[in-house]
Design a protein around this ligand. Structure first.
Ligand code: ISL
Length: 539
């Protein structure tokens, strides 16, 4: 596998609307990101992934784009964005943008033209279907609604939307659509961005003939359909291959075998991917399942393609709450999960606030939640006559708003995020969990992340080392090696609220070996790990 800058990178995800508000409107903004670049740089990361900032009615927090070529007013002006890119580059930080091209907003001029009449030149830029037997064309469910089909009275047809009604799917079969998207991509690449995170990029191709699904509730039929690889190979050939950029595909519903088709170095499609066998399919922590997933993806990609490692983002609950212990062992647990994500094979992504161990949230009323996905689901379920409090309790743990509460800068009002009324409530625990306190505490989660990231820069074994799990079958201890040349690291994790012993072959004895990094101040017993203890040894 050839060495590249992006394989060696750590990515920091900036959900700008919850990052830092400089104009007091209650939303974060690009000036705020600029103001905090030195903080991001201090962490030691290499790349910023900026969530969508394009003009949008903001129904799905920017993932409903109405103009790809301009900046959303609440985020700032194009001049502000250009200054952000320049200021980031001056600090040696790369910037990748979010590419959302499976769908647009229903307020995009393309869709307004397309829906205006059946014979409009842009009618075929979206997916329109006649009724079937007087009703919807098929039984497909969308991510956010019971059906992908929305009736359009004026033209007497349905249009398809894989997400909200207000997010109509583009018709990628139409060459004009593809060329318009490629031209938009060049617009941003020519401004100097360093790549794209590609939103549900495996949904671009739809099932031939739009047949009914056997299990409509399992929405995997929306992705990985014939034609997708031809689209991505064309995108690579016409656009991406002309630039030195990184591309990470958000690719749900794939196994390693399918994932490799998107990121194999010989495929000329994308560089790396987010799969969702954990974040979407593993509701709570299951060490045996996690190890098996890591194993299959390592075997599937090793030597051929590159993986990305994450456990939370703007769509998935904060990892220390969902997959760790955010109560009595919050710091240790946050550091253990970080050690794991930064030492398993693949490039690690840090979601803003993860580096100080921010937690999920539980609002008492559905009115406090802002996420369109959650509000739609709440409506759908309560409409069935279900008890609202039961539905709320069911939706709270995995609500996307868990990760979208404002970045906690200090213990002051609104966590120092805004002088206005924040668009979403601040987590009350900001008085205890915030950047200001973290930077004063040499043992904070922040400085532990900083050490992990700096280790990555000094030791190629973290990036390019072979992986071997030596703890298969153990439900709490995760013990694995990374080996490169004559360097072997052994990572020991005890994902448990109880101490656990580590039993390893003599060849992996840690007696007398160098401890590279650990999350406990002192090691009480060499072969026994404390609750949520993590250690990295050089053998
Ligand atoms: O939200 C999810 C489950 O919690 C994910 O399945 C997510 O909806 C899915 O991976 C697609 O997410 C992306 O596309 C959506 C947008 O709402 C998400 O924020 C974005 O990450 C539509 O653009």
């Amino acid at each position: 596998m050839k060495r590249t800058w992006w394989k060696e990178a750590v990515v920091y995800q900036v959900y700008w609307r919850s990052f830092y508000d400089t104009d007091g409107d209650g939303f974060g903004d690009l000036e705020g990101v600029i103001a905090k670049l030195d903080y991001i740089k201090k962490l030691g990361v290499d790349v910023i992934w900026l969530n969508p900032v394009y003009e949008s009615p903001d129904l799905d927090n920017g993932y409903d784009i109405s103009d790809y070529g301009s900046i959303m007013k609440k985020a700032g002006a194009m001049e502000t964005w250009e200054r952000l890119l320049d200021e980031a580059h001056q600090r040696g930080l790369k910037l990748i943008m979010d590419l959302v091209v499976n769908h647009t907003s229903d307020e995009h001029s393309w869709f307004l033209e397309s829906r205006s009449s059946k014979d409009n030149p842009k009618r075929d830029w979206y997916i329109w279907k006649e009724p079937v037997n007087g009703g919807k064309p098929n039984n497909w469910r969308s991510y956010f609604t019971p059906s992908v089909w929305e009736w359009d009275e004026p033209t007497g047809q349905y249009y398809m939307h894989s997400f909200a009604v207000q997010q109509p799917d583009l018709n990628w079969e139409n060459k004009e659509v593809r060329e318009a998207i490629y031209s938009m991509m060049r617009f941003w690449l020519d401004k100097g961005i360093d790549g794209f995170r590609m939103d549900v990029i495996n949904l671009l191709a739809k099932q031939e003939g739009f047949p009914n699904a056997e299990h409509p509730e399992k929405i995997d039929y929306l992705g990985n359909n014939p034609g997708i690889h031809e689209y991505l190979q064309e995108m690579n050939e016409k656009v991406l291959s002309q630039y030195d950029v990184m591309t990470v595909g958000e690719i749900p519903f794939v196994t390693p075998e399918d994932g490799l088709k998107y990121v194999g170095e010989d495929r000329h499609e994308l560089n790396t991917l987010f799969h969702f066998q954990v974040a979407d399919d593993m509701p709570s922590w299951d060490m045996l399942r996690y190890k098996a997933i890591q194993e299959t993806w390592y075997e599937g990609l090793h030597g051929k393609g590159w993986n990305s490692q994450f456990l939370n983002n703007h769509d998935h609950t904060r990892q220390v709450t969902r997959y760790g212990n955010d109560k009595e062992y919050r710091r240790e647990s946050a550091k253990l999960l970080a050690t794991m994500l930064h030492t398993v094979p693949g490039m690690p992504y840090i979601f803003q606030g993860e580096e100080i161990g921010m937690t999920g949230v539980k609002f008492s009323s559905i009115d406090d939640y802002q996420d369109i996905a959650m509000k739609n689901k709440y409506e759908e379920e309560t409409q069935k006559g279900r008890e609202p409090s039961e539905v709320l309790a069911e939706l709270q743990p995995l609500s996307r708003d868990n990760s979208r509460t404002p970045m906690q800068w200090d213990a002051s009002t609104n966590a120092g995020f805004s002088n206005g009324e924040p668009w979403i409530a601040v987590n009350p625990n900001h008085t205890k969990i915030n950047v200001e306190d973290a930077l004063k505490d040499p043992d904070s989660v922040f400085y532990f992340y900083q050490k992990l990231i700096s280790l990555r820069k000094e030791h190629d074994v973290m990036v390019y080392g072979d992986y071997h799990d030596h703890s298969k079958g153990d439900p709490h201890i995760y013990a694995y090696t990374r080996s490169l040349g004559d360097v072997t690291w052994l990572i020991l994790l005890n994902h448990s609220n109880e101490p656990n012993t580590v039993s390893l072959p003599d060849t992996l004895s840690i007696s007398g070996k160098k401890l590279i990094l650990g999350n406990y101040q002192d090691i009480q017993e060499l072969t026994a790990l404390q609750p949520h203890e993590a250690r990295i040894y050089q053998l």
